[in-house]
Design a binder for this molecule. Structure first.
Ligand SMILES: Cc1ncc(COP(=O)(O)O)c(C=O)c1O
Length: 460
């Protein structure tokens, strides 16, 4: 359970057991943050919930008190509260959940503008407009779809309307929507090898037959794809930064892939999961920006650019497919909470999103340098190819060591490392390597410390 919720329940319990009575003053955010040694933003989040639900009232400089009307709130069962506390692992340790060094797929929370986000969320909670409270359009909250269409036009060179954008609760939900709308059980698809295992599992469970297509230094081996599956119904690609190798699909291959899809009437699923992070040169336009024949389904996510717990992603579909997707979205129900969609729309519309991206970009570039420098210590064991962006790097193991064993050893040193071999479909082509997230190191010292522990894991 997140820390702010645990705190929220603590206060609810204190009120239910009458340890806190109507009119009692509660500690200030600052003093409670000091007392519990947790972030002020966490306390604020809990207090905001308690205020919005009527447990607390705020009185400016006079502080926050337990509402005089608290007795009107239906009694919370003490048993329920105690049960929820039993699950509380983190409070007793007096700290927030820690991100392990090298953990992948997690944006740097230290850079996130908590206060701004909370304010926008609170505004939406207070307004509670019927557009938020009612069930919305199955495509997702219209103002957010409009913001996404604007953003993609400017940042990714994708020309689309809000009508073509479908909001989902994440990439898996996006894939489910595609499977329901355009694919059928047993359809053949190209899948990058190595490639993102979670999406692979989802597609396989949805009945798709995936053909592993080798990834070269300029991206997917299109000739191999055509050789082993010319008539495949779809291809799943990560053209900007191939996941996990980080290579970019060359322009020649992009055109060849589009040509194949046009000739075969097949679909390309472009997973543009972290294209926002490019540290040198101009940003690369999306493959979708070259899609004149409408063969590309473009999948984006807010997991890396806001936070993964938000569960918010989107799909851009060709104009010709909008009504089909609208139909399947009406029964697939891949949408989450409108409250968060509205908050995200405000975050984008009021300029905070782009500012946050810029801040992440410059900090991540610095953090990438830290890890590159620190990893020089391991150059006898690891081979690292320079990256143009992304938030993780791939280090090949030079001496054919067992990456799974190293990852297990690293775990005992408090590190979270992904072994590359788990990302292959075809075991025979599997190469050992380590996938290392670097964007959560905030100092060179911290990075060196983690690399020293990694060295121990490899050398033992
Ligand atoms: C390759 C790849 N695609 C897509 C995603 C996005 O997944 P989601 O939107 O479900 O968080 C991720 C997240 O880690 C990823 O690594």
């Amino acid at each position: 359970m997140p820390l702010y919720r645990q705190l929220y329940y603590r206060f609810q319990e204190a009120i239910a057991t009458e340890n806190l009575k109507p009119g009692d003053r509660v500690p200030s955010v600052r003093s409670l943050a000091n007392e519990l040694n947790i972030a002020k933003g966490t306390i604020e989040q809990a207090y905001e919930m308690l205020v919005s639900e009527g447990y607390f009232t705020t009185h400016g400089a006079a502080g926050t008190i337990v509402s005089k009307q608290v007795s009107l709130i239906p009694k919370i069962s003490k048993q329920t509260i105690i049960k929820s506390h039993e699950k509380n692992n983190f409070f007793s340790q007096g700290r927030e959940i820690e991100i392990s060094p090298f953990q992948i797929g997690i944006p740097a929370f230290d850079l996130f503008p908590n206060k701004t986000w909370n304010r926008l969320l609170k505004n939406n909670l207070h307004k509670l407009e019927t557009t938020i409270m009612a069930k919305t359009d199955p495509n997702g909250y219209e103002p957010l779809r409009q913001e996404i269409a604007n953003y993609l036009g400017i940042s990714r060179g994708i020309s689309c309307t809000a009508e073509q954008v479908f909001i989902t609760t994440g990439y898996s939900a996006t894939l489910q929507l595609i499977c329901h709308t355009l694919l059928k059980h047993g359809d053949l698809g190209w899948y990058e090898d190595p490639g993102y295992p979670f999406a692979r599992k989802l597609l396989e469970h949805s009945g798709m037959r995936l053909l592993p297509v080798h990834v070269e230094s300029d991206g997917l081996d299109i000739s191999l794809g055509k050789k082993i599956g010319l008539n495949a119904r779809f291809a799943v690609v990560t053209p900007t930064h191939q996941s996990p190798s980080g290579v970019t699909l060359s322009l020649a291959k992009r055109l060849e892939l589009l040509e194949w899809a046009t000739q075969q009437n097949s679909w390309i699923i472009e997973d543009d999961y972290d294209s926002e992070f490019k540290y040198h040169g101009r940003p690369l336009p999306a493959l979708k920006s070259l899609d004149i024949n409408d063969r590309v389904l473009y999948a984006g996510t807010f997991s890396k650019v806001i936070f993964p717990g938000l569960r918010l992603a989107y799909l851009v579909v060709p104009k010709s497919q909008v009504s089909q997707f609208q139909y399947s979205a009406s029964y697939c129900r891949v949408l989450g909470s409108t409250l968060y969609e509205a908050t995200t729309a405000d975050f984008m519309n009021q300029g905070y999103f782009l500012r946050h991206l810029q801040k992440m970009r410059s900090s991540y570039a610095l953090r990438y340098d830290y890890v590159k420098k620190a990893l020089i210590e391991l150059e006898d064991d690891l081979q690292i190819k320079p990256q143009i962006g992304g938030i993780q790097i791939l280090a090949h193991l030079k001496h054919n060591m067992n990456d799974i064993k190293i990852a297990m050893k690293a775990k005992s040193h408090g590190l979270s490392i992904e072994p590359l071999s788990n990302w292959y479909i075809k075991n025979s082509s599997s190469k050992p390597g380590l996938i290392l997230g670097f964007n959560n190191f905030s100092t060179i010292k911290e990075t060196e410390n983690a690399v020293a522990r990694l060295a121990l894991s490899i050398r033992s």
